[in-house]
Design a protein around this ligand. Sequence first.
Ligand SMILES: CC(C)(COP(=O)(O)OP(=O)(O)OC[C@H]1O[C@@H](n2cnc3c(N)ncnc32)[C@H](O)[C@@H]1OP(=O)(O)O)[C@@H](O)C(=O)NCCC(=O)NCCS
Length: 202
Amino acid sequence: MAGNFADTMTAVKPSYPLLTSRLILRPFESGDLDDLLAYMSPPEVSRYLYTEPLADRAAAKENLGRKMGAIQAENEGDAIFLAVYLPEAERVIGDVMFYYTSRGHRQGEIGFVFHPEFQGRGFATEAARVVLEIGFQGLQLHRMVARCDARNLASARVMERLGMTREAHLVENEFVKGEWTDEFVYAIRRGEWEASAQPVMA
Ligand SMILES: CC(C)(COP(=O)(O)OP(=O)(O)OC[C@H]1O[C@@H](n2cnc3c(N)ncnc32)[C@H](O)[C@@H]1OP(=O)(O)O)[C@@H](O)C(=O)NCCC(=O)NCCS
């Protein structure tokens, strides 16, 4: 694990690819366009996201372009998007996100999106554990959060499997896709992560 991060405590550029027992996490490549479109176009995937389903390859190209450049976290506001490649399927099945929310307060945020065909097998949890390692090991963060629509129970379950605690149920705090929505805020602090986390990287 120690070799995975060229860390300076306030900036992190992981040494890609990052390997778990079943997955390869790496920066997005131009050849990932069709895989990205496949998991970002089903309506059920974006049901509880702020974004709409990707309509076509042009939209996927724009989305891919933004994700391709997001590979390190140096400054507050930086994001890392990692393609989650499943060797047994020979395709990218989803992505995980790290967002460097505060340098001064040592805080970060995580997110995840997976293809419906590849849900229910623990891949999101396995990949998200890597993102927690990026934050806690690479950046030495103090606390990481994840947020989801309160109806997004699959997402909330992932956060709980990660050892995160539901700290807030915000009631109708956002107006998303034409309706007032509730939001769950989950968090895990560094000490909790150190006490419970099993190494996830091969
Ligand atoms: C949120 C999302 C990533 C969760 O995906 P998921 O496949 O349910 O999550 P995991 O990969 O952790 O899989 C967990 C499920 O696999 C099962 N599972 C099977 N093998 C497993 C294993 N080896 N390890 C862990 N879980 C395993 C678990 O029992 C669990 O099923 P359950 O929820 O019915 O109890 C997915 O629903 C999604 O992409 N949704 C659309 C995008 C979205 O809303 N993202 C979140 C925005 S906040």
